[in-house]
Structure formats: C-alpha cells, structure tokens
Design a protein around this ligand. Structure first.
Ligand code: FE
Ligand code: FE
Length: 200
C-alpha cells in the first residue's frame, strides 16, 4: 500500500499505476511557494522532451522527485518539512528500481549531486538557483568539494544527471503549459515492461 513506509524506506514500486497513484494522492502538495509537486514534475519532463531526451531520461525527469512524494506518504502529509537532508534522491531511485533500469534511476539518484557539482564549478549557476533550491543546498552539504567533484565526473552517467538537473531547475515556472501526467503512462509502462528487476 502506498501509505505504509518503513524506516528503511518504501518497498520497490510494484507497478507504474502505483507510482502514478502517488502523484494523484500527493502531487497537489506544494513543491515551493508557487508550484505543486505535480506541476514541477510535469514541467521538468516537458523540458526533457523539448530537449530531445530519450524516453528513459524523460521518465527520470518526470519521476526525479518521487522521493518527496514517498516522504509525504510516509508521514501521511502531516508534520513539518524536514530540517535535515532527507536524501529524497536515493529514496526515490531505490523505490523505482522495482520498475526501471539504471538509465532512469541513475540520473535520479544523482540529481542532488549534480546540483552540488554545478554549484562548485559554475558560480553563475549558483547565483541563478531558485530561493528554495539555495535553501536546500545548505541541507544537502553545499557545493561539492574537490573529491566529490572528481568522483562525480568519474561517474559515466554524470552528463545525464547534469542534463536532468538543468530541466529540474527550469521546471519551476508559473506560465508553462505542459501535457498531463496521463500523457506519460504508456511510455512508463513500456519502459517497465522492458526491465527485469534484479533477482527475478
Ligand atoms: Fe529533488
Ligand atoms: Fe526537482
């Protein structure tokens, strides 16, 4: 059941329908002052499509913050926002390993590291972050240090993670008209059908 989450994190997703249900139930929750979680996911995905991204990267863009929805589900929408970094990127990526391969889950797992990396290598990027994103940067450990930068660059999918990050940063507008969640269902089902979960 979507609402029951143990302290180690939720069990891997069992179906695309289950993931989309999370958006139905929690997507209206605010992402920031102006946007809902669902708006942010749909905008990020639409920017990925506009940039010619592969289906796997579009799925990653759409689902990159599913960890936040899982956190909302875990506390049934009650309580304050976390004051420590909750690791939503790893929670979300782990959850999605039930359905998708590393082409989807990898960039999701790295999307916070990609932000910390960009902040370290590009001061314009840092100053252009949204207010909420700058606030969470502190909780996430601030700009990457030299060791973190090197290990990020050594990761073969770091380029995809940086692309996802750019759509993520762009997907925070009030005026973007984008396709609805349902638009992506068939593609997600197709990707999930082509994936054999580890151990099966
Ligand atoms: Fe995020
Ligand atoms: Fe995001």
């Amino acid at each position: 059941m979507v609402g029951s989450v143990d302290p180690k994190g939720p069990a891997p997703a069992g179906s695309v329908g289950e993931v989309l249900q999370l958006f139905d139930r929690w997507g209206k929750d605010p992402y920031d002052e102006e946007l809902s979680q669902l708006d942010h996911a749909l905008q990020t995905a639409a920017l990925a499509v506009a940039d010619g991204a592969s289906d796997e990267l579009v799925a990653a863009a759409l689902l990159h913050d599913v960890g936040h929805l899982l956190e909302l589900a875990a506390r049934d929408g009650r309580g304050e926002l976390p004051t420590t970094d909750s690791g939503h990127e790893s929670v979300g990526a782990r959850y999605l390993t039930g359905l998708f391969g590393p082409g989807v889950t990898g960039p999701i797992a790295l999307h916070v590291r990609a932000k910390r990396y960009r902040c370290a290598v590009d001061t314009d990027y840092l100053s252009g972050l949204s207010e909420g994103s700058r606030r969470s940067l502190e909780l996430q450990g601030g700009p990457a240090d030299a060791t973190e930068r090197a290990s990020f660059e050594a990761n073969p999918i770091h380029g995809d993670a940086v692309r996802l990050r750019a759509w993520d940063d762009g997907g925070k507008r009030r005026d973007l008209r984008v396709p609805a969640l349902e638009h992506y269902r068939e593609m997600l089902e197709r990707l999930a059908r082509g994936h054999s979960p580890v151990g099966s």
